[in-house]
Ligand binder design. Structure first.
Ligand SMILES: NC(=O)c1ccc[n+]([C@@H]2O[C@H](COP(=O)([O-])OP(=O)(O)OC[C@H]3O[C@@H](n4cnc5c(N)ncnc54)[C@H](OP(=O)(O)O)[C@@H]3O)[C@@H](O)[C@H]2O)c1
Length: 268
């Protein structure tokens, strides 16, 4: 038991390399804000997104939360839905970095899209839109997770793979066929990874309903009950604040006693 605890201790208690995808806004930015202050010296935090201006302001904000500049915060502008960008993604994140110098390596798959919730599934008419959704949210995630693991396999770092999941991965939500299907597939992808790689710590974290751009989109659901439920949640503020969810997630990761591959919800 002692050996187990020593092997799988808090990833941020050591020099770590961490990537947060979709860190420009919403939950990803909040994750960056809670993680940055707890990183050890000589750690590297990589924030990714599609907009360099937003990345620059996220970097500035995150840097301001550290009392010293002993951690490097980098940004990588990339569209994770575009094959060319995806192929270069892990290389760009690790540019000018000695991967062998880290004791832990963490990738947080937070970037994602909701799909068009103004349509029911029987109204879908674009095969391209369906494929693009699955590329961004499933296939490309599988590809760069594999790249990340191959790269850090050559280093002494303990690897942590975090899938930002949702209740929609386990329960059907009307108007969300693309979103539910993609998230369910991701949960399974990471369960398989956990089964194949017991040396890697894997978790699917469902952060709870939060007041981000994604929630605003849900208010336009083609299912009027669903739209109304999200409008009510917004007006009555019965959602989960991003910061509370981010802090709870950080506690989960730092305690590091979860069963690898498990889907864990904010409300569990
Ligand atoms: N909000 C909720 O209630 C809720 C509930 C459960 C789970 N989640 C999950 O939490 C995660 C974050 O959601 P959120 O609510 O913060 O969403 P959000 O406000 O819509 O933010 C999405 C993030 O993903 C990035 N992104 C989107 N498409 C991208 C692409 N093609 N390439 C690269 N980055 C891209 C965005 O970056 P850009 O600045 O480049 O657009 C942004 O940083 C998602 O995985 C979501 O499924 C959210």
């Amino acid at each position: 038991m002692m050996v187990f605890a020593a092997m799988f201790s808090n990833p941020f208690s050591k020099t770590s390399f961490a990537i947060i995808t979709g860190a420009t806004r919403g939950y990803g930015l909040e994750l960056a804000k809670v993680i940055a202050p707890v990183l050890c010296r000589d750690s590297v935090l990589v924030l990714t997104g599609r907009n360099q201006e937003k990345l620059d302001s996220a970097q500035k904000l995150v840097n301001s939360l550290r009392s010293s500049d002993d951690v490097i915060v980098n940004t990588v502008k990339t569209d994770l839905g575009v094959a060319d960008d995806v192929e270069k993604f892990i290389g760009k994140c690790t540019e000018n970095v000695d991967v062998k110098s880290f004791q832990s390596a963490v990738i947080i798959h937070n970037a994602g899209s909701l799909g068009d919730v103004t349509l029911r599934m029987d109204e879908y008419s674009s095969q391209t839109a369906i494929s693009q959704h699955m590329d961004l949210n499933v296939s490309n995630v599988m590809f760069y997770t594999a790249e990340f693991l191959r790269l850090f396999h050559m280093s002494p770092a303990k690897c942590f793979v975090v899938n930002i999941s949702t209740l929609c991965a386990v329960e059907p939500f009307s108007s969300c066929a693309l979103y539910c299907t993609g998230k369910a597939a991701r949960d399974m992808m990471f369960k398989v990874l956990a089964a194949e790689r017991p040396d890697v710590r894997v978790v699917s974290w469902a952060p709870g309903p939060m007041p981000t751009d994604m929630m605003v989109k849900m208010t336009n659901s083609c299912d009027s009950n669903m739209g109304e439920a999200f409008r009510k949640m917004k007006s009555e503020k019965t959602y989960v604040e991003c910061v509370d969810s981010a802090k709870k997630f950080l506690k989960l990761l730092v305690e590091n006693s979860f069963t690898s591959g498990k889907h864990i919800d904010y409300y569990d």
